[in-house]
Design a protein around this ligand. Structure first.
Ligand SMILES: [Fe+2]
Ligand SMILES: [Fe+2]
Length: 289
């Protein structure tokens, strides 16, 4: 089967692309909690108590929600003593991010070195994208968090479908300067960005997030101010913070560095440090079970 060239601005071309990915790769259904929280938030009659009740059904998720609401990120507001209060302190979208991150973690960490590294990179990119979105005053920093969290999910699909082959590919990338994307394309016909796009479409998550995910390695599409450029920059910061993923290299140009207020070496280092600290704090939450 030949793969048609993809026109990202044509819905028909995107649809055909998704069908081709689905034909070649097995895409799992969305985790139940993700579907549930997305449909809860779309319900016009929804309220904070419904969300708190849903979270309280899962003791580990409830504990994590309370810990995050009491963390320095929200502590300046008020100390939450119940899950309902935690939902009010954090806001619905941040709670949604936490639920989806919890599901993503169990999807990625299957006691493999690649899965663990992918999870750390995904959480770090999500946090970096949220920091950048706040810096550039984007309307919805939680959208940036989700795009960062899920941008490399395609690696996991490729790895699950061919664990030995993918591990071999990673070791080849580690020993050379070759691009992981090009090697994925050659071996699996689609790179991880294309596969993640098809997966997230299958999960019916959010179109804006899907668009950023498919374009996160495309320098022409990663325009300043776009969600894709925020994810690409977050990816770069994570690489500098020692939280990158094998062979993924992106170098922002001076306009992009300038757009995020880190055109000089010292402000860039401060930003990298901020990302590293945010990761260390939030990663603790995901280690508690
Ligand atoms: Fe990537
Ligand atoms: Fe990445």
């Amino acid at each position: 089967m030949e793969t048609d060239s993809l026109d990202r601005h044509s819905p028909a071309s995107l649809r055909k692309h998704i069908d081709q990915v689905k034909e070649r790769h097995k895409l799992p259904s969305a985790p139940g909690v993700v579907t549930k929280v997305m449909s809860l938030l779309k319900d016009p009659d929804f309220n904070a108590r419904d969300l708190a009740r849903f979270i309280s059904d899962d003791p580990a998720l409830a504990a994590r929600t309370l810990s995050l609401a009491r963390s320095p990120l929200y502590a300046q507001r008020r100390r939450a003593s119940t899950v309902h209060e935690a939902v009010l302190v954090m806001g619905y979208k941040a709670v949604r991010s936490l639920v989806i991150a919890t599901a993503a973690q169990s999807f990625m960490t299957r006691k493999s070195k690649i899965g663990d590294k992918l999870w750390s990179h995904s959480l770090a990119t999500a946090l970096a994208a949220r920091i950048l979105a706040r810096r550039s005053r984007m309307d919805d920093p939680e959208m940036a968090f989700l795009a960062g969290l899920l941008h490399d999910m395609g690696h996991m699909i490729l790895c699950e479908g061919d664990p030995r082959g993918f591990a071999q590919l990673i070791s080849e990338v580690e020993q050379s300067d070759e691009s992981l994307n090009l090697k994925e394309l050659a071996l699996y016909r689609f790179d991880h960005a294309s596969v993640a796009f098809a997966l997230l479409d299958h999960w019916n998550l959010d179109e804006q997030v899907n668009e950023a995910v498919i374009a996160h390695h495309d320098s022409t599409e990663s325009r300043n101010g776009s969600l894709a450029s925020t994810v690409a920059m977050a990816d770069y910061l994570c690489g500098k913070a020692g939280l990158g993923f094998y062979g993924e290299v992106f170098h922002p140009d001076s306009d992009q560095l300038h757009a995020f207020g880190c055109a000089d070496e010292s402000s860039l280092n401060l930003l990298v440090e901020e990302v590293r600290r945010a990761f260390e704090q939030e990663n603790l939450l995901f280690r508690e079970n």
